[in-house]
Write a protein that binds this ligand. Structure first.
Ligand code: B12
Ligand code: SF4
Length: 425
């Protein structure tokens, strides 16, 4: 007899309200991907993405699996309690569970720690037989071969949802605020190009995103993927480090393969701030040259900007805006520095007594300041961050930036307008 399984991609109210205001949202891949491992002769699958679906609390399930990130942790623990009370067995996995398994173990029946390519199939098999363990921990480094195609068919589709794929895992860098090194085995890996291309060719949407942490980290692999993408005539975006964009070959191939924009984590215009968080890979003195190259190749730049570094002061917001305008940055994803658990930044804040709360829902980098900044008050930091976004997406700033960028003006206008309206809402 088949057992029933519910897979949840959670999103608490704060994050949901924030994300729903944006126009440029891509679909989340984790649970559709994990669904791809499930044998449907043994399980009846229900997949819910809380971005636009409700949790089916009234329905009975044998197994409920939830992916947990830090700002969603309390929300997920609440869900787990409700499902456990209704008789379901709950398995929690994902970044927060891997970072703090001791905490998560109090709220579930089964812990899935680390990368799940090898443990998840075993867990499913054990549960089906009725003999499951309390913990499944990733001990060996998954090779990322013969992976299943994500089950997008199980998601309720929306016209705004675009495709997503990952072609690599991990990142060779070591930024002090980033959780990658703690949530994955510390080894950068690539997927076979054939499998990646096959997966993309199955996507109905013309637009998709590489949910890689650093798509250009292995240049030969990136080049091969991009060459094979050309005949598919797709449009796409990816996250990369700026330093790798200094490579004309990569940019030429990216353009030919349909790259619309690259997300580059500039984070700051202060060399001291970048040094302070071990982001030496970003050299402020080279921003202009490299971003100029990206624009020359017709690729828009979506810059990640973070406020709240120890070297930041109330002047930082204005200086960053000037920097972005001078470079013709096309769009920004702005965040508040967040001391995510187990990172060097968390350890530093804790040591210095600067953590303002133990409530993980405040650690989302968008709506709350979770720590005591050095160069200003938490309120000043939050105000400056909100004001920066408002100014960046104002019409005068758009005009100033487009004079420099001159890239995809129509798309750029639509994207900037989308962000502007999102802020007004
Ligand atoms: C793409 C991405 C996004 C996308 C889509 C997310 C998605 N899950 O598809 C978007 C833009 C929506 C996003 C948003 C946010 N993100 Co994000 N995101 C990523 C990124 C770059 C890749 C995630 C991904 O899709 N990987 C591919 C999938 C297949 O792998 P995976 O999710 O890691 O899952 C594997 C294992 O973890 C495990 N697993 C995961 N969950 C479960 C559950 C069960 C039951 C089991 C068995 C196994 C399991 O199995 C998988 C296979 O091995 C990661 C960095 C990273 N590599 O983790 C950051 C990351 C996950 N994001 C992070 C953060 C903080 C956020 C935001 C809070 C940022 C913000 N301020 O808005 C929001 C939260 C959104 C939300 N809905 O709650 C942090 C989380 C840190 C933490 N401590 O929780 C990360 C790790 C970034 C970082 N460098 O620190 N994100
Ligand atoms: S470059 Fe990006 S993904 Fe890599 S460690 Fe730094 S913040 Fe994390």
């Amino acid at each position: 007899m088949r057992k029933s399984i519910l897979l949840i991609q959670p999103e608490n109210r704060k994050i949901n309200a924030f994300r729903r205001r944006q126009f440029n949202n891509f679909v989340q891949i984790t649970m559709p991907y994990l669904a791809g491992f499930i044998d449907e002769t043994k399980y009846r699958i229900t997949l819910v993405d809380e971005y636009r679906q409700r949790i089916p609390y009234g329905r009975p399930f044998d197994l409920v699996a939830i992916t947990v990130n830090t700002p969603n942790a309390a929300h997920c623990y609440g869900m787990a309690a409700k499902f456990r009370a209704s008789g379901a067995v709950v398995v929690l996995g994902g970044p927060h569970v891997t970072l703090l398994p001791g905490e998560a173990s109090r709220y579930c029946d089964i812990l899935a720690i680390g990368e799940a390519e090898e443990t998840w199939p075993k867990l499913l098999e054990d549960f089906y037989r009725g003999e499951y363990a309390a913990e499944y921990r990733s001990e060996t480094i998954p090779r990322l071969q013969n992976l299943p195609v994500p089950r997008w068919d199980l998601l309720r589709r929306s016209p705004l949802m675009k495709g997503a794929v990952f072609s690599t895992r991990g990142c060779p860098h070591n930024c002090a605020y980033c959780n990658l090194k703690q949530i994955y085995h510390n080894r950068f890996r690539t997927r076979p190009v054939d499998e990646v291309i096959h997966e993309i060719s199955l996507m109905k949407s013309r637009f998709f995103v590489f949910w890689d942490d650093n798509f250009f980290a292995d240049k030969a692999h990136a080049v091969e993927v991009m060459e094979r993408l050309v005949p598919l005539r797709k449009k796409w975006a990816a996250q990369v480090t700026l330093a790798d964009c200094n490579n004309e070959e990569l940019l030429t191939k990216a353009r030919a393969a349909g790259c619309l924009y690259l997300f580059v984590g500039l984070e700051s215009f202060s060399p001291a701030a970048l040094k302070g968080v071990n982001k030496g890979v970003n050299q402020v003195a080279r921003y202009e040259e490299i971003i100029g190259k990206l624009h020359k190749h017709g690729i828009m730049v979506q810059a990640g900007i973070v406020f709240g570094f120890d070297e930041d002061s109330p002047d930082t917001f204005r200086q960053t805006l000037q920097g972005c305008e001078a470079l013709g940055i096309d769009g920004v994803t702005v965040s508040l520095l967040t001391p995510l658990p187990q990172t060097p930044v968390y350890a530093q804040m804790k040591r210095e007594g600067r953590l303002l709360s133990g409530d993980w829902s405040l650690y989302n980098g968008k709506t709350d300041v979770a720590f005591q900044p050095k160069g200003m008050s938490p309120e000043e930091l939050h105000r400056g961050y909100v004001e920066f976004r408002r100014r960046f997406y104002s019409l005068p700033s758009f005009v100033r930036r487009m004079r420099v960028s001159r890239t995809h003006l129509f798309y750029n206008f639509a994207m900037n307008l989308g962000y502007r309206l999102a802020l007004k809402r």
